[in-house]
Design a protein around this ligand. Structure first.
Ligand SMILES: Nc1nc2c(ncn2[C@@H]2O[C@H](COP(=O)(O)OP(=O)(O)OP(=O)(O)O)[C@@H](O)[C@H]2O)c(=O)[nH]1
Ligand SMILES: [Mg+2]
Length: 446
């Protein structure tokens, strides 16, 4: 997300380097570039106007104090403005009611409601330690109910069964009654989506809303729809008392116009973003972190949270021990490492949060999930003995492994070479040096 915008902004700042002070003349050009970047990102025009006016007012005459370079001073102003437009701070879900806290989820067809409900249920369960129930009031597509049931099973939360013959309001009410009996903390109600916003859909959503009086009414919108998503959100906000927005498919949206326009145009906060099809690809929306990502500074905080949440602690400790000793690192450990990286929202998700990744070029493109899957398949096709003692893998073994994993002998050679590089690197870090690095890392994290 925001790749294009990010590239543009970083280039703009580079142009300012070397100037002594921000003046009307030298920021005029930068502002023009920012404006073009926002237009290309498909940001709503009124938002662009406010953005540019604010930056102009704040940037002109801004002293470049101390070691701060003009580019940095300008970026500071842009950063503040981005945060403002994105909504200042993370807006948490309001669950402070007598349980169950009711969350109603609405949105256009295919925007990602059902998937997002499963992700949200999982997030509430794992991060907030809530007991969650989900129920589907989407009676127009029989498969829709089944879809939620399957997802609920996958994330292991309570599922309230419903059928297409029932009335949506009745389903919602019955689910809430059941959740109350079971002492669930949160109940999330899925609704039917329509192709367009029409009277009937709004009426039905309103009817459900009136009947259950949810503490949160969340609108799910597809960020790839750009300004259409913003307009749809505006219409929804007029018909329903929305409490927040969840922006899905941010992973497929290189422009980011919806994210940047949503708050200003609808007045509603984005509370979460969906960043992938996987069930854990949902992140709370932090304007400051997103601004940081847009400006190419990376989003280390979200990355650290990701790592904390997803890493298998036992395996990580085992690996750290081997690190310390600097020996015994074999292909099984290597495979664990690959798996952990994939668990962290895939390599692409990981890489997008690292600072300065735009400069990685070709090398960056080589890192991808397909390669990792292939590497895992190769290691899986080895015997345990081969995994422990890679040096023993000879020509005929390689052919067998290649056949077993559906790869070529040259893939096996490449993997063994990569493994050896990692192993060498680990040896260099062994002993006290590693302990020191770990300590410093921990200091940075907490
Ligand atoms: N890449 C990506 N895909 C997503 C994301 N969220 C949802 N999807 C995909 O979007 C498609 C539609 O998702 P659903 O959850 O069925 O959408 P819905 O709004 O419930 O659809 P209806 O019930 O038909 O209105 C699915 O293929 C999801 O996997 C996301 O954050 N990233
Ligand atoms: Mg659905």
């Amino acid at each position: 997300m925001f790749n294009n915008l990010s590239e543009r902004f970083v280039a703009t700042v580079k142009n300012l380097t070397g100037r002594g002070r921000l003046t009307e003349a030298n920021i005029k050009e930068s502002l023009r570039e920012v404006r073009t970047a926002l237009l290309e990102a498909d940001v709503a025009l009124p938002v662009i106007k406010v953005f540019i006016d604010d930056i102009q007012a704040k940037a002109i005459g801004k002293e470049v104090i101390g070691s701060l370079r003009p580019g940095d001073a300008f970026i500071q102003v842009v950063n503040d403005e981005l945060i403002k437009v994105l909504g200042e701070s993370n807006q948490v879900l309001n669950l402070r009611v007598e349980p169950p806290a009711i969350i109603l989820v609405v949105g256009l067809q295919g925007s990602g409601k059902t998937t997002t409900i499963a992700k949200l249920a999982r997030w509430l369960k794992e991060t907030e330690k809530k007991s969650v129930m989900v129920a589907s009031a989407d009676v127009y597509r029989p498969a829709a109910i089944k879809q939620l049931e399957t997802l609920a099973e996958q994330v292991a939360v309570n599922y309230f069964p419903s059928t297409p013959e029932q009335n949506p309001v009745d389903i919602a009410k019955a689910a809430i009654a059941k959740a109350k009996l079971q002492f669930n903390d949160v109940v999330i109600i899925d609704t039917a989506g329509r192709l367009h916003i029409d009277q009937q859909m709004m009426l039905e959503a309103k009817e459900i809303h009136n009947a259950i009086n949810p503490i949160e009414t969340l609108l799910v919108v597809d960020s790839m729809m750009g300004q259409d998503a913003v307009n749809a959100a505006k219409a929804f906000a007029q018909g329903l008392p929305l409490t927040g927005i969840i922006l899905t498919k941010a992973d497929g949206d290189a422009r980011g116009g919806a994210a940047l326009s949503m708050r200003v145009v609808t007045g509603k906060p984005i509370k979460f973003i969906g960043v992938g099809e996987k069930i854990d690809a949902l992140e709370p929306f932090y304007p400051d972190r997103i601004a940081s990502r847009i400006l190419g500074k990376g989003d280390i905080l979200t990355l650290v949270e990701d790592v904390k949440r997803k890493i298998d602690e036992k395996k990580a400790k085992k690996l750290a021990d081997k690190f310390q000793k600097g020996k015994g690192f074999d292909l099984e450990d290597f495979r664990d490492q690959l798996q952990q990286m994939r668990n962290m929202g895939g390599v692409a998700g990981l890489v997008s949060k690292l600072p300065g990744i735009g400069n990685l070029g070709q090398a960056g493109k080589m890192i991808n999930d397909q390669n990792f899957v292939k590497m895992e398949a190769i290691i899986n096709s080895m015997t345990p003995r081969e995994r422990h003692f890679p040096a023993l893998i000879k020509g005929s073994h390689k052919q067998r492994i290649a056949r077993g994993s559906g790869t070529e002998v040259q893939d096996i050679n490449r993997l063994l070479k990569q493994f050896m590089q990692v192993q060498k690197m680990m040896q260099r870090f062994k002993g006290p040096k590693m302990a020191e690095m770990m300590k410093r890392l921990q200091g940075n994290i907490s």
